[in-house]
Design a protein around this ligand. Structure first.
Ligand SMILES: NC(=O)c1ccc[n+]([C@@H]2O[C@H](COP(=O)([O-])OP(=O)(O)OC[C@H]3O[C@@H](n4cnc5c(N)ncnc54)[C@H](O)[C@@H]3O)[C@@H](O)[C@H]2O)c1
Length: 264
């Protein structure tokens, strides 16, 4: 790092142009971080920037596709050289890909793995040297699809299992050197991604996904963002390699609303 060390903690959020990434950037800015907003969607970045700067926060927009490893390396080097510190990384960028082995095209399979898994790898690879410099923390967003299967989501589930495996290894590889790595696994969160999935699904599917959540509703993006910000903070200083479900209890066990166990 070559610039003058920035006076406030610095965070990088990928997927900061929408949904969970945007909520995470807003949450981190509210906690006093200068936040780099990385996304392939420049308009989405600009909207997030407007919200944060209107509240008095500091941001640095970084238009970038997380699958473009050369560009990820270049923009992150330029960014960290400028600020001379990196305290927290939230890897939220991701895409939904629906289909099973028969219906998925190979290109869709590869795209899911490329964005959701390799995108997190690229982000980790090109931020870890800077996190190691100052003892920072890394959080990736996987999904409940990172810890169990889901009918009709083969590529998405495989990509999210890869993220969980990657983060566990990062926890082992870099924990001894002072960098904590954790992964957050939400079930459905009310974001544009969930809207697109439900628009392509039947109303029975929507009702089913809601009925298997013991809390009886989907998450708000802010509820996931608060967990991410907590895991990145010193409050979570003894967490490392944690697979943190933010799912209203839907992976706690078999559950369907409106039913009681037979012995009650
Ligand atoms: N919404 C849900 O129900 C839900 C549930 C579990 C996990 N997740 C995961 O949470 C993360 C965020 O999802 P969301 O619901 O906020 O989705 P979203 O579609 O609202 O936002 C995703 C953001 O990632 C960006 N992005 C996508 N591909 C990119 C790429 N190649 N390079 C850079 N940016 C890219 C998009 O432009 C967008 O701004 C994803 O990893 C998703 O898989 C979402």
């Amino acid at each position: 790092m070559t610039g003058a060390r920035h006076s406030v903690p610095v965070a990088l959020v990928t997927g900061a142009g929408s949904g969970i990434g945007r909520a995470t950037a807003i949450e981190l800015a509210g906690r006093g971080y200068m936040v780099a907003l990385l996304d392939r969607d420049e308009r989405g970045i600009a909207e997030t920037e407007t919200v944060i700067t209107a509240a008095g926060g500091q941001v640095e927009p970084i238009p970038c596709d997380v699958t473009d490893v050369a560009r990820v390396a270049t923009v992150l080097k330029a960014f960290t050289d400028q600020y001379d510190r990196l305290d927290a990384v939230a890897a939220c960028a991701g895409i939904e890909v629906l289909g099973d082995v028969l219906t998925l095209e190979e290109t869709e399979w590869k795209r899911a793995l490329d964005v959701n898994a390799t995108g997190v790898f690229n982000t980790a690879k090109h931020t870890m040297p800077y996190l190691l410099d100052g003892g920072g923390a890394f959080v990736a967003v996987a999904s409940d699809a990172g810890v169990f299967g889901a009918q009709g989501y083969s590529a998405y589930v495989a990509s999210k299992h890869a993220v969980v495996g990657l983060i566990r290894c990062m926890a082992l590889d870099f924990g001894p050197r002072g960098v904590r790595s954790n992964v957050v696994c939400p079930s459905f969160v009310e974001t544009p991604m969930a809207d697109r999935i439900f628009a392509a699904s039947s109303s029975e599917d929507y009702d089913f996904y809601q009925a298997i959540v013991p809390l009886g509703r989907f998450a708000q993006a802010r509820e996931v963002a608060q967990v991410i910000a907590h895991l990145l903070s010193a409050e979570a200083s003894y967490t490392n390699g944690l697979v943190y479900n933010v799912d209203g209890g839907s992976t706690a066990g078999y559950y369907r609303s409106g039913t009681a166990s037979s012995h009650m």
